[in-house]
Design a protein around this ligand. Sequence first.
Ligand code: SAM
Length: 277
Amino acid sequence: MEIWLTEEQTRGYSVNWKVKSIIYKKKTMYQELAILELEDFGKALVLDGVIQVTEQDEYIYNEMITHIPMVTHPNPADVLIIGGGDGGALREVLKYKEVNAVDLVEIDSEVIEACREFLPSMGSSFDDERVKVIIDDGRKYIESPRKKYDVIIVDSSDPVGPALKLFQKDFYKNCYKGLKDDGILVAQTESPFFYQKVLNKSYNYICKLFKYTSLYLVCIPTYPSGLWSFTMGSKKYRVEDTDPFKKGEKNTKYYTPKIYHSVFKLPMFVEGIITSG
Ligand code: SAM
């Protein structure tokens, strides 16, 4: 019998995944965690029935949430990742020689354990000695972080359950305070098709706090609608002044210095979402 995982986005739109096998399944303190072997997409981390990353296309999300802020900041020595328990964004951050230390605050230790065991292409990044894992709620941690950061990456799941608080005004305010005077925040801000309110709110919260705010878009087959948004707030450095070639190539599959400036060019309807109301 065939097994399919269905992610219903609206009553008229769903994404279906053919599951070859269930490798691991566990109800953690926070969520239903599963590692599945998918047809065509390799192994995947699934939380509460929602695909977080697949081996076949995780590089797109993880490279793009990471390299854009890391290239915009001239010296990202201290980095904080909130969420990101799969280790994919962490793997990309560690490619920068400027990085001295990375703190990763994940609410669910079992996500990290499962990814270390079953998804080593991402999970093995936890072995780097520059990494400190803090098991805590990111919202709570950022109220009194142990230091100030150059770059904060909010690599959260969708805004439901424990991740809901990672899309709220006070959370972004505390991220701003948790950054150094020239710090940069980036957050995944969901699909411009299915999460317009979330995108509008998150963008505008960040915009009110930071001197410069830039939204950028990426195509990711795994996520509903395929089109995904990231919002970057910067206290000092402007996208327009960034030379993406300065830090060189980073052994990536999606990101290249050549696409740095292009991802900020927005379609009309997305401009409309961030400027409305
Ligand atoms: N790339 C993914 C996506 O957009 O679907 C997200 C990857 S990562 C697996 C998301 C992580 O955020 C999960 O491991 C989840 O446990 C963690 N998370 C959710 N809420 C959190 C919170 N309040 N504090 C820290 N981590 C949180």
